[in-house]
Design a protein around this ligand. Structure first.
Ligand code: HCS
Length: 151
């Protein structure tokens, strides 16, 4: 039995880029954590280079929270093909698409990567603002495909 949701996803059947609801966890008081799979690169065909991925993580971490207080965490997948967005009490698929769109538009306007220094980051040398913007630009260019998960 496979308890990890992603291990049950057939990665040969998905068609990046997309945004997918990957799970809902309900706490004992009824609060809900919704987890979204923001898939940027086609699995096993492409992946993000670490410096751009890392800077995009920092940029989205900060800029998404300027739009909402519902972000729990935005973290990269180890396969470097996308990010997970964990949200609290935000069961609104169209809303997450709009939030991602606004956040990435902010990324394109950024003049520096937040917190890329040795006090605030665990690998401060591994960053690329231009790499992050290239990823954001490419994902935004396919906005009309985000809601289609399978090919
Ligand atoms: N992924 C974290 C930021 C780590 S630098 C977050 O809070 O979204």
């Amino acid at each position: 039995k496979m308890n990890v949701e992603s291990f049950n996803l057939d990665h040969t059947k998905v068609k990046a880029p997309y945004v997918r609801l990957a799970g809902v966890t309900v706490g004992q008081h009824g609060d809900e954590i919704t987890k979204y799979d923001m898939r940027i690169c086609q699995p096993n065909q492409d992946h993000m280079a670490m410096p751009g991925l890392h800077s995009l993580e920092h940029l989205m971490a900060e800029m998404s929270r300027n739009h909402t207080d519902k972000v729990v965490d935005i973290s990269p997948m180890g396969c470097q093909t996308g990010f997970y967005w964990a949200m609290i009490n935000h069961d609104d698929y169209e809303g997450i698409l709009t939030l991602i769109e606004k956040t990435l538009e902010d990324v394109l306007e950024a003049s520096e990567v937040p917190a890329c220094n040795e006090m605030q980051c665990g690998w401060a040398a591994s960053h690329s603002l231009e790499g992050a913007k290239d990823i954001a630009r490419g994902f935004l260019a396919k906005r009309d495909e985000w809601a289609q998960v399978f090919g």
